[in-house]
Design a protein around this ligand. Structure first.
Ligand code: TXA
Ligand code: MG
Length: 353
């Protein structure tokens, strides 16, 4: 019998699949990938669940393990723009953005080359591609290339609709007995997924705000990015309910926080609060919010996971400031709130558009 990853019989699987990312562990992970098995690995944004992007059977294991709909494309990870040209129709704007921001938290949506494996792209005519900056991702891509591999398809290593993992233990917590080998490269520095820019149509569009700011991208392109419209390619991070804790999550303004907390307490709801200032009720579980957006993003998913595991009935989170530096954070918290409170991964997922 095989697990959902189709790899190791459950009775023979070790209690922990986490290996510190030593050269030997990276070599072993590259062997796993070349053999068609899955590997979870750190990127600078979040941990990815990787498979050989050129192997449709290996890619199918990602969809099974994540519980992800088959028409939701994955991001293909490459070492650099030279490798990207073997998968995508390269353009002048792709060249400029990759020179400015790769390796780094930017995914480009480009027309897919006919030779590129359709499975990794969810059957779309386009491909999402990025060069990750984490040293372990880069070494894994190198070791994979030494064995004849080309690119690693990898979504975030969480169950569909759930909170993305920013440390190795999160991956194991989420995938449990189905976990493949997990390379431990410590906490992800950025903590939020990559920014996704669609270059496959006449006007470039921002499909998902993320680790790289819209302004930085617009400066390099010399024109502004459109908002996604109904014709834009599908992005599961754009579903209204995503990144979701099981506990009901509410966003409130600082001004309303104490009153909301009091009414929840009156209604018998045990509540954990994440806000800048400590609430007046001093018997509440409280965490202080970082006031710097970069620090906040780095902590976001780990704090959501901790609060979700704390056994309370409700999470009350102070709404972040309404400005560009906080855009990706507001996006994730908004989707986490919409999807919160359901036991089933991916349950009750509603389209944002
Ligand atoms: O930072 C990241 O991007 C992380 C790390 C692991 O690289 N990956 C990540 O993957 O967030 P995932 O699958 O959780 O989100 C990838 C998003 C999805 O929403 C998917 O729909 C979109 O990228 N995507 C991938 N290829 C696409 C394509 N051809 N057209 C439109 N959207 C695409
Ligand atoms: Mg994801």
């Amino acid at each position: 019998m095989t697990g959902a990853s189709g790899d190791v019989a459950p009775e023979r699987r070790p209690a922990s699949c986490i290996l510190p990312a030593s050269p030997a562990a990276i070599a072993r992970a590259a062997d796993e990938l070349i053999s068609g098995r899955l590997v979870a690995f750190p990127t600078e944004t979040v941990y990815g669940l990787g498979a050989d992007a050129a192997n449709p059977d290996a890619v199918a294991k990602i969809y099974r393990l994540k519980g992800r709909p088959a028409d939701h494309p994955l991001i293909v990870h490459v070492r650099d723009s030279e490798a990207a040209r073997r998968w995508a129709v390269w353009s002048d704007e792709a060249e400029r953005l990759s020179r400015a921001f790769w390796p780094g938290p930017l995914t480009l949506i480009l027309e897919r080359l006919p030779s590129a494996c359709a499975a990794a792209c969810g059957g779309q005519p386009t491909i999402g591609i990025r060069a990750p900056a984490h040293p372990v991702s880069l070494r894994l891509l190198e070791a994979f290339a030494e064995r004849g591999g080309s690119a690693i398809a990898a979504p975030s290593a969480n169950r569909f609709g759930r909170i993305s993992p920013t440390r190795a233990q999160h991956v194991q917590d989420d995938l449990g007995a189905d976990s493949p080998l997990i390379l431990d490269g410590g906490d992800c520095e950025v903590g939020l997924e990559s920014t996704i820019v669609d270059l496959s149509r006449a006007q470039p569009a921002l499909l998902r705000p993320g680790g790289l700011s819209r302004v930085a991208i617009e400066q390099v392109l010399g024109r502004s990015l459109l908002a996604p419209d109904a014709a834009a390619p599908r992005v599961s991070g754009a579903l209204a309910a995503h990144y979701a804790p099981r506990t009901l999550l509410e966003l409130v303004s600082a001004a309303d926080l104490d009153a909301r907390l009091a009414s929840l307490t009156l209604a018998g709801q045990r509540t954990a609060v994440w806000s800048r200032a400590k609430p007046h009720a001093n018997d509440t579980i409280w965490r202080a919010q970082a006031t710097d957006a970069t620090v906040f993003a780095h902590q976001l998913y780990a704090v959501l996971r901790e609060m979700d595991a704390s056994g309370v009935d409700r999470l009350l989170i102070e709404r972040p400031p309404d400005d560009e530096a906080w855009r990706a954070i507001s996006d994730r918290l908004g989707r986490a709130a919409v999807g919160s409170g359901s036991e089933e991964a991916g349950d009750d997922v509603r389209q944002a558009r």
